[in-house]
Write a protein that binds this ligand. Sequence first.
Ligand code: SF4
Ligand code: SF4
Length: 394
Amino acid sequence: MGGEQLSQAADIGPDEAMVVEPATFGRLIDLLRDRGYRTIGPTLEDGAIVYDEIASAGELPVGLTDRQEAGEYRVLERGDEALFGYNLGPRSWKHYLFPPSLRLFAARRRGAGFEIEPPEPEPTALAFIGIRPCELAAMGVQDRVLRDGAHFDPHYAAARDGAFLVAVQCGQAAATCFCTSMGTGPRATGGYDLAVTELLDEGEHRLLLEARTERGRDVLAALEPTPATSTERARAAAATERAESQMNRTLDTEDLPAILERGVEHPRWAEVAERCLSCANCTMVCPTCFCHTVEDVNDLAGEHTERWRRWDSCFTGGHAYIHGGDFRPSVRGRYRQWLSHKLGTWHEQFGTSGCVGCGRCITWCPVGIDLTEEVAALRTEPAAPQEPLTEEER
Ligand code: SF4
Ligand code: SF4
């Protein structure tokens, strides 16, 4: 794998805050590319701000913001030159760490047998620019599942450990954010190489940078920053306080796994199933969902075969198909599985919630289903006990 460092960099603790002009940010991208990284950052594509490869600061969505609500997303002009004046788009970093499709291996017939073709060349190490605090937390959740636990994924581990992480502290919250409920934002306190806080008030525009690893410190020094003044540090603190004060949505996590377990027959599951399209959008945009399927693709002559891993979802019919039948045929059962796993049994399985409060599943649900509303409803006692469900309804 290209890039200067293959293993995850050690956290050196809080370093002195430094400041650069916004124009210097382009040099950061150049520096990372010079050091062999493929730089991935926010950019405008098809009417949304998504993460994709960027070669210069000119590709950042400068002066843009977004308006988000349940089932609604719009990019708008801000009227200033902000580099990070928006919240999350539909594409999370899992797109790069756990890609939507990945060839696992290929084989070719050789006489009566076959041989495995050489693996793909090692991919170039990635530099992620613009990771929000809740997204860092989501990486931590996926680390437990895909790198540090029983289900080790070498592709994930290589991409994750080789990546240089540039976090952005949030200076504003979208209407769908609820990271404060999940304890994941709006300020990251570690887990990155460099963190940026955009100072864009009182007629000044500067970037406050904090290094948290040796390699972050090294890159930061090359930008020739100046030490932040006490006023600039106070403005940085005020930026994340502003984001926190804008957070309107909440999710009460108290006893949630037990409440979800007790509420397995709650009538709310049937109500939400009336609206849910089982389209799987919520799981595709979620930064922690990892369900996938494996497909073998053979040529017609039977000479060549490939095995691919592709994203799947607990909302698709095929995902629960085993041994001649689908054990989760109803939308009610699929929505319940998703929410109960994400917020309940994930704790038992992986020692943490599967939700970081990013709000993507709310914004990108085509019918505006909001898990914070669903949890609030599931917390209420049903007015009357539900009739026993048939197998099909489960
Ligand atoms: S469940 Fe929704 S809010 Fe929670 S991490 Fe996934 S997409 Fe974000
Ligand atoms: S909750 Fe919304 S996004 Fe998720 S499957 Fe149902 S309709 Fe699709």
